[in-house]
Every structure is written in C-alpha cells, then in structure tokens.
Design a protein around this ligand. Structure first.
Ligand SMILES: [Zn+2]
Length: 486
C-alpha cells in the first residue's frame, strides 16, 4: 500500500500544556489529501467499527450538514446556520472530511448514534470526570462532549455507590525518577477474593497487575520476572518489609537481578505513599469493573492511557505511545514519540503544585443544608443515597435519612453532596486519583477499611440520643447501633 506520512507531524514529544482545544493539534492536511491511505489506516478501530462509524456519520443529519458545508463552503455568517450546526462554526477551519468520517484535527467527530457507546468505552475503568474528559480531549469530539462526560460519570451507579472516602492524608512528596521503569513500587491487593501483585512505575505511573495464586516468595519472584521480561529490570524496587519481601528467596532474586531493594514498614504505609495510593486507585477500578461485569484488562489499558493533568498518559511516559484500546483514535497517536527534558520539568512542577493544592484543600468540607440530597458512607467504598434531616449538635455531624426511612448520624467527612463527583473536595480524587487520593488506611475514628462490601461501620456514627428524637425506637441489634429505626 502506498501509505506515506507527509510532512513532519511526528512532533517532538510535547504534551498539551492545556487541552489541545479545539483541533489545535491538527493532523497535517497533506496526509489527508494524499488519499493513498484507507480510513482503516487512519483509525485504530476494527474494520467493522470503522464501517459502523462511517454509516452513522452518513446518517447523522447534523454531520451531513457539516459535510455539505465543507464541500460547498460555509455561509458568510453563523446566523445562516441551523442551531444544531452552530457549535461547529468556530472550529470549522479545523474540520476535515475523510472517507466518510469527520475529524477535528486528530479527534474523530462521533455521530450522535454512537456517542453513548463511545462514552461507555471511555468510562470503562470508572475513572472520574476530569480523567475521562482529559482522555476525550485527545481523541474524540462532539459539541457538548465535556458536559456529556460529566453527566455520564455523575449518573454512573457504580461510581456513586463505590465512591472513595472523603478522608485525606498528607501527601507525601517523592522524588520523580528521571528515567522510565527506573524505580518501581510493588505491593499486593486483594479484590473480590483474588490476590494481585501490583507494580507501579514511579516515573510514568504506569501500572502492571498480575493475579497471583499465593503470596509466597517463589510465586512473586516468578510474576516479577515475567513483568521485567517486558519492561526490563528496574534499578530500585520499593516494597514493605513484610513477607515475602523479607525472605531469603526474595533477597537472592534482588541480588541476582542487581537491583536495590528499598523497604518501608507495613505499619507506616505512608512512607511508601505512592504505591499505597495507586493501590487504592487500582482497587477501585478492579472492584467497580467487577461490580459492573466489565473487563479488568480493558479498564487497565484505559487507565494507562489517561493523560495526567498537563502530562502525557502513563503509557506515553513509559512507552512513548498511546496503547490501542476500544475508543476510536487516529493511528498517528499510536506512533511512538519520546519525552523531552521539558516533560520531566513539568512532571516535577506538577508534583509541587499538587502538594500545595492538596494541602490547601484538605482543610475543610463545605457545610450541608437541610433536605439536601447526599450520599453517606456506610463502609469502605460503599455509599448510600440519603437526605440531610438536620445538623447535629456535635460539630460537623448531621442526621441523615436513608432511602429505607432509617435515620443515622454521620460525621461530615462521611457525607458527600450527590450533585456530582467532582464537587466538594473530592475533586482532586477524580482528577488525579493515583497521586492525590487518600490511602486505604484512615485516621483513627474514621471509617475502618472493610472488604468492600456491606458491613455496617462500627465506629464512625453514634446513636442519636432518645431525648433528642423521642419518636424513635431504641431497641435494635447492637451491630446496627448507629441506626435509628422508625
Ligand atoms: Zn463509573
């Protein structure tokens, strides 16, 4: 095939400082004009998906109008456009038509009929609003896309139910390693009855996961060897100092592979903060994917493909390219590009800013209003819809009513408004969970981490005293101590 890239669009690796909106990062027109490539060479989607996209674009009244204007010229003023085509007016110079598809720069314009499907794919890892938006900005486009993403995430039942905790711990800054896969953190996580070994690269935040049958040194060493065979041997390996990392077998492995093993105490997991935070992120992804019967492998690809604020995605940081997933992207994004010193400077800068922002935000949560719709945390990663009844005399406490009519008292830290995940101080959780999110451990007096499910918390809420709420029954099982039954 006479497939040739014309011009120098393999730009030096320069991550978008701000969202490349709209179509700022234009695929060279000569490429599109070359006409030698088929659309399958332009999109990463399968032939069938591409055809489906072409067909839906063809059938889409809005996009058909855009196509006509592209061919015959746009009217002289926006006033002459029908309202549905008006959003394309300001970006018209960046729109290209190619083999039945429309592109805004590198982004594929998705016809209405396929938007819902594309949104689902974008959210397959159940990441927050900002993460999903960031990913979309590089790959797809339609008017109101950002709003639609926000709505979709806010309405995602799985995300609402298994939101992470409000509680925060101080952000432990870590040195950013200058090279990819130079410095990695390893740990275990346990989700839905399965044990996983998680490896995170401290430079790119790229996550590798392997299911392990046991936590013996032999099985962990074998899993790590398989991962290293793909990525190479890191210089430094961080873990806690518990078993199996303190075993002879593991020590020998570290020696044989000429690595330095840095350990932290399991009692003070904060000292291995980054791996702890990424575990929390990953646990969330795996758990939600399990709950929604999704494919954890696809979710992990999406996670590793998600750009980090003004930085490229973990996949780009580690491998110099975006990984092919089920979201339609232009092939050009899959071409390797390599990070520059500038990227590294930005990485360090971002780390400083995150620390400042985090410290500022972790101070206080907004007060709630009577009758406000909220979610209350019932256990670790388990939130139930409720309504605020009144503020309790104990500072920062509220009485809320659950959907089943029962009333409970909760500290503000275990309540979040239900008007969107990105609200309140949860924002940075959704923006950059693996860096900003709290670890699994909670400060004393907060919700104990439970195994994901429905165990009622045993400490955070206390029963409302009878003289305050005289109509309530007070006889109840001890384990439901914090419930008030009507
Ligand atoms: Zn979700």
């Amino acid at each position: 095939m006479n497939f040739k890239i014309l011009g120098g669009e393999i730009s030096p690796f320069s991550p978008p400082v701000d969202p490349p909106l709209p179509g700022a990062d234009v695929l060279n027109t000569p490429f599109l004009e070359a006409g030698a490539a088929t659309v399958h060479a332009v999109l990463t989607s399968s032939k069938e998906k591409t055809e489906q996209l072409q067909h839906a674009t063809e059938e889409d009244p809005e996009l058909s109008m855009v196509k006509t204007y592209l061919k015959e010229g746009w009217p002289s003023s926006i006033q002459h456009l029908t309202p549905e085509v008006r959003p394309y007016w300001n970006i018209k110079s960046e729109i290209h038509h190619y083999e039945g598809l429309l592109f805004l720069g590198r982004r594929t314009i998705i016809p209405k009929a396929m938007r819902e499907e594309v949104l689902m794919k974008l959210h397959v890892a159940h990441q927050g609003i900002t993460s999903c938006q960031r990913k979309a900005k590089n790959t797809i486009y339609w008017p109101n896309l950002m709003e639609d993403i926000k709505k979709m995430v806010e309405c995602c039942q799985t995300c609402q139910t298994y939101q992470r905790s409000n509680t925060r711990q101080p952000l432990i800054p870590y040195e950013v390693p200058t090279l990819p896969w130079e410095n990695i953190g390893i740990d275990f996580l346990y989700v839905n009855g399965d044990e996983f070994l998680q490896v995170i690269d401290y430079h790119s935040k790229f996550i590798e996961v392997k299911k392990v049958s046991s936590k013996t040194a032999e099985s962990i060493v074998s899993a790590l060897k398989q991962i290293f065979r793909t990525h190479g041997i890191p210089k430094q390996l961080h873990s806690d100092n518990g078993p199996p990392f303190n075993s002879q077998v593991f020590h020998k492995f570290v020696q044989d592979y000429e690595m330095k093993h840095v350990t932290s105490s399991p009692c003070f997991p904060q000292s291995n903060g980054m791996v702890e935070r990424s575990i929390e992120t990953l646990k969330g992804i795996l758990f939600k994917v399990h709950q929604s019967h999704g494919d954890p492998n696809l979710a992990l690809i999406e996670y590793n493909n998600t750009p980090k604020q003004n930085l490229p995605s973990p996949a780009e940081m580690l491998m110099g390219r975006v990984l092919r997933s089920l979201t339609p992207v232009k092939n050009i994004l899959l071409k390797p590009k390599f990070p520059t010193t500038k990227t590294l400077q930005m990485l360090k800068q971002q780390q400083r800013e995150q620390k400042e922002k985090y410290d500022k935000k972790s101070s206080s949560l907004k007060p709630l209003n009577v009758n406000q719709k909220v979610y209350v945390q019932m256990a670790h990663r388990n939130w139930s819809p409720a309504t605020v009844i009144e503020e309790h005399q104990t500072p920062r406490s509220y009485i809320v009513q659950l959907e089943n009519g029962s009333e409970i008292r909760r500290n503000r830290v275990h309540i979040r408004p239900d008007n969107g995940i990105a609200n309140d101080n949860l924002q940075s959780n959704t923006e950059n969970p693996e860096v900003n999110s709290p670890t699994t451990s909670s400060p004393s007096g907060q919700l104990p981490p439970s195994n994901n499910q429905t165990t009622p918390p045993n400490s955070p809420a206390t029963p409302v005293r009878q003289n305050e709420r005289p109509k309530r029954l007070i006889k109840r099982p001890i384990k439901l101590n914090d419930f008030i039954t009507n």
